[in-house]
Design a protein around this ligand. Structure first.
Ligand code: PLP
Length: 397
């Protein structure tokens, strides 16, 4: 860490403090000049050279690096127990950097159930990058074992819980399968967040988050992050891609994100408790045919989720509305408190009919509503869904 950039005075490894403690104080980062408890926002794009032509601060140009971005990255690396973290201008930019670090001819395995924007990007851009992608059901490790091509498959990409069915992939089992074939394992852990899952500790090489979601949590920043188990040659290539292709997060967004990270563990705990309560109550609802939530023992991924997640099962769930697509859309139309909007992880609860968004090749059933649980009172959230489900079924007999 350069001498005049704020350096964490709380060492994540040696302090013994809980992650919640370290996050609350942004790892003790203060402004070394004024001793301000909140470090200043660094907006400068360029930095003075020393008379001997060196850059003794370690900073030269804002497209490669920025002190505010670094401060947020150090908190994110602490949350993931990572060797390093890099912030990007969006979750998509972070994910794209991992695929762009592959070589032409490389083979990739990706999940059938995954964030639809990335699935579509892989379908459209994969052929141009000359990487071939097989989409398989990663909930069953045997499917990945059967699809992997030793020496040719360089990357296994998984998402757990997987959007929007909240499918669970066994990170440890898939890391073993990937590594045995000479491939790396990358995990889109957006829906788990570092509060529930630590993919690197389970053997993953790279973890990715859309920091737009619960990490920022206030629906006012688009950001993405990658964190690595080892700062190896691939990580250096990803770092060069971020600088060369101009994908770094802006300093103001990094500042807002760092503000949010101070309360992230509290928000994540409240949102997971709310989601669990909703899942339980919606499971009894006469107009709900299925609740998809990995915390329910009936969920097909529950056993693996119980092993690899902690502090609960996250803030995301989906319901399948009895009466099909028309009833699902009518339910979303009738909410008063829930906000009908895309995205997830914010403090305000969101509801969305995903099949309308994802298009014809989606694995998402047409009667499914995706629910992102915020921090509102769970009784209020349930009451609103209950009245909306009843309103949507008012004409039934
Ligand atoms: C939102 C999201 C992304 C994309 O992130 P952006 O910040 O919107 O670019 C990727 N994966 C998952 C699981 C997401 O929810």
């Amino acid at each position: 860490m350069p001498a005049n950039s704020p350096s964490p005075d709380l060492d994540a490894g040696a302090s013994g403090y809980a992650k919640r403690t370290l996050a609350a104080q942004a790892m003790g980062q203060i402004d070394p000049v004024t001793r301000a408890v909140v470090p200043p926002l660094h907006v400068s794009t360029t930095f003075l050279r020393d008379p001997d032509n060196a850059y003794s601060s370690g900073f030269s140009y804002g497209r490669a690096d920025n002190a505010t971005v670094r401060e947020a990255e150090s908190v994110l690396a602490m949350l993931e127990d990572a060797a390093g973290a890099l912030l990007f201008g969006s979750g998509m930019a972070a994910a794209a950097a991992v695929f762009c670090a592959l070589e032409p001819g490389d083979h990739v395995i990706a999940p059938r159930v995954m964030y639809w924007g990335l699935r579509r990007w892989l379908q459209q851009e994969g052929p141009r990058l000359r990487i071939s992608v097989d989409f398989v059901d990663t909930e069953t490790p045997e499917n990945v074992r059967a699809a992997i091509r030793p020496g040719e498959t360089r990357l296994v990409w998984i998402e757990t819980p997987g959007n929007p069915l909240w499918t669970i992939a066994d990170i440890r089992a898939l890391a073993d399968i990937a590594h045995a074939a000479g491939a790396r394992l990358a995990v889109d852990s957006t829906a788990a967040s570092p509060f529930h899952t630590q993919p690197l500790a389970l053997g993953a090489d790279i973890v990715m988050h859309s920091a737009t979601k619960i990490l920022n949590g206030h629906s006012d920043v688009i950001a993405g992050v990658l964190a690595c188990a080892d700062a190896d040659a691939t990580w250096a290539r990803i770092t060069a891609i971020r600088a060369g292709w101009g994908a770094i997060l802006g300093p103001f967004e990094a500042y807002l994100l760092m503000r949010s990270l101070r309360t992230f563990p509290l928000r994540a705990a409240a949102q997971a408790a709310g989601a669990a309560a909703l899942a339980e109550r919606l499971g009894q609802h006469p107009h709900v045919s299925t609740v998809l939530y990995p915390g329910l023992s009936a969920h097909p991924g529950h056993e693996v989720a119980a092993r690899q997640m902690r502090n609960g099962f996250g803030f995301m769930l989906s319901i399948r509305v009895s009466g099909g697509e028309t009833a699902a859309i009518a339910t979303a139309a009738a909410v008063r408190l829930w906000k009908r909007a895309t995205s997830l992880g914010g403090v305000e609860s969101l509801i969305e009919h995903r099949a309308s968004v994802e298009g014809p090749d989606t694995p998402c059933p047409p009667d499914l509503l995706r629910l992102s649980t915020g921090i509102e009172d769970p009784d209020d959230l349930f009451g609103d869904l209950d009245q909306a489900l009843r309103a949507a079924h008012a004409g039934d007999r």
